[in-house]
Write a protein that binds this ligand. Structure first.
Ligand code: AMP
Ligand code: MG
Length: 417
């Protein structure tokens, strides 16, 4: 296993004098300071789905490996000029996997099936639907260009070319390509392990009795789900109350079990905000006051050498901060490289006035080609997360959105979910 170097302890430090950090600056800092932390290994192709390529993969075979027919028909040496042609047939045929063992003389044709290697003397195929055939000969009308209905050797990808680049998260189409170019063992990164930990005395596990003042832990199932959908390995670290000793012990455990840690709750500067207080003790905490709604605060630190994303407790803010800040950063740590969310412009189905100086994310969905937003912007309104299919992103400046104006919609999938 090839192990990358550890992260620097001051990797989250903000430049002096910086107070409210614009979203793009925060993202730029994460992008500059973080690097891949996962080791490399080789896995069989059958186990490579969803894994991240550790190296460029070179084609060890061309696709297609030899020129072959794209249709069922008759092969000959092209071109065939305009007008009627009658060609005598040679004996035998060429089929996929069963090549013809002779060559085809000029002026003659051979029966050929889809995927069959072109025999010597053949570079052009006429489709059987365009032919009148009788024993021993065929007739058809030209013109037909040389090379028609044939696939050239290596026309898709040639031996020695780069088939896929390092950092690619392998999908089903990638597995097809790797198989086609003769790659059976794939160099991949170890899956990034991401620990998820909830904090707060008020939290109760789903299914348990919840007394007055208690609420069910909603962030943990959500964040574990996000981690899994992003292709990482989720490590469930449970819940801890607002107790510094318990939190310290659990963070130690998490640092031993995972490559990165997501906590939610307790990240502000209040009396019961033990996550930020404890992270401060390590000397590596940076509280980032990011100009984003919903969001602040986001605490970033290293604990036992592992990056910790101290997310806000409010579920909507926790989700937005995870998708906007943690997801691209985790992609970088995992070896995929930085990944910007992919969205697109749609006409708004709503009106909204927005102040300058911060970026805003609204729970949104698309109906009739227009972006609708959830009726409330309350950061504790969990039902809106379930209602939405993604987020509308409103830029840092002042904005008065009127119905029909273009707004940027980022579907959950655009964040990698
Ligand atoms: P905090 O950041 O700890 O001040 O929490 C902010 C708000 O989010 C409070 O109303 C908490 O009760 C709530 N909250 C914190 N953690 C969770 C959680 N895991 N699930 C649901 N709500 C939470
Ligand atoms: Mg709390």
């Amino acid at each position: 296993m090839l192990q990358p170097p550890p992260l620097r302890n001051d990797c989250f430090a903000l430049p002096p004098g910086v107070d409210w950090t614009p979203v793009d600056d925060a993202l730029g800092l994460l992008r500059d300071r973080l690097s891949p932390v996962t080791a490399s290994q080789s896995v069989p192709l059958s186990a490579a789905l969803g894994r991240v390529l550790a190296e460029d993969v070179i084609a060890s075979r061309s696709n297609p490996p030899q020129a072959n027919s794209a249709v069922d028909g008759y092969g000959f040496a092209g071109p065939a000029g305009a007008g009627a042609h009658v060609l005598p047939l040679v004996a035998g045929r060429a089929a996929a996997g069963v090549p013809h063992d002779g060559s085809v003389p000029a002026g003659k044709a051979i029966r050929i099936l889809t995927g069959a290697a072109l025999p010597p003397g053949v570079d052009t195929v006429i489709m059987e639907e365009d032919v009148t055939a009788e024993p021993g000969r065929i007739a058809f009308h030209g013109p037909l260009k040389a090379g028609a209905n044939a696939r050239r050797a290596g026309e898709d990808i040639a031996e020695g070319e780069t088939a896929l680049r390092a950092g690619r998260r392998l999908g089903p189409g990638d597995l097809a390509l790797l198989a086609a170019v003769g790659v059976a063992n794939v160099p991949v990164r170890a899956r990034l392990r991401v620990a998820v930990l909830s904090t707060g005395d008020e939290l109760v596990e789903a299914g348990q009795a919840a007394g007055p003042g208690r609420i069910y832990d909603a962030n943990r199932p959500m964040l574990l789900g996000v981690i899994e959908r992003l292709g990482f390995h989720p490590v469930d670290m449970g819940r801890v109350g607002d107790d510094r000793g318990a939190l310290r012990a659990r963070l130690d455990e998490a640092a031993g079990a995972a490559d990165a840690i997501l906590t939610s709750g307790g990240a502000s500067a209040g009396d019961e905000d033990h996550v930020s207080a404890l992270l401060k003790e390590t000397g590596a905490l940076q509280e980032w006051r990011i100009a984003v709604k919903p969001g602040r605060p986001l605490a970033l630190a290293l604990w036992g050498g592992r990056p910790v994303f101290g997310l806000p407790g409010n579920p909507v803010a926790a989700m937005v901060c995870t998708l906007v800040f943690a997801a691209p950063a985790l992609a970088l740590l995992s070896g995929q490289g930085w990944r910007d969310p992919q969205g697109f412009d749609l006409p708004a189905a709503f009106e909204k006035r927005k102040k300058p100086g911060r970026r805003e994310y609204l729970r949104a969905r698309v109906r009739g080609g227009r972006a609708e937003v959830f009726h409330s912007e309350g950061s504790g309104r969990i039902s809106g997360l379930s209602w939405a299919d993604g987020l509308v992103e409103l830029g840092d400046g002042e904005r008065h959105v009127r119905p029909g104006d273009p707004v940027r919609f980022i579907p959950w999938g655009g964040f990698g979910l």
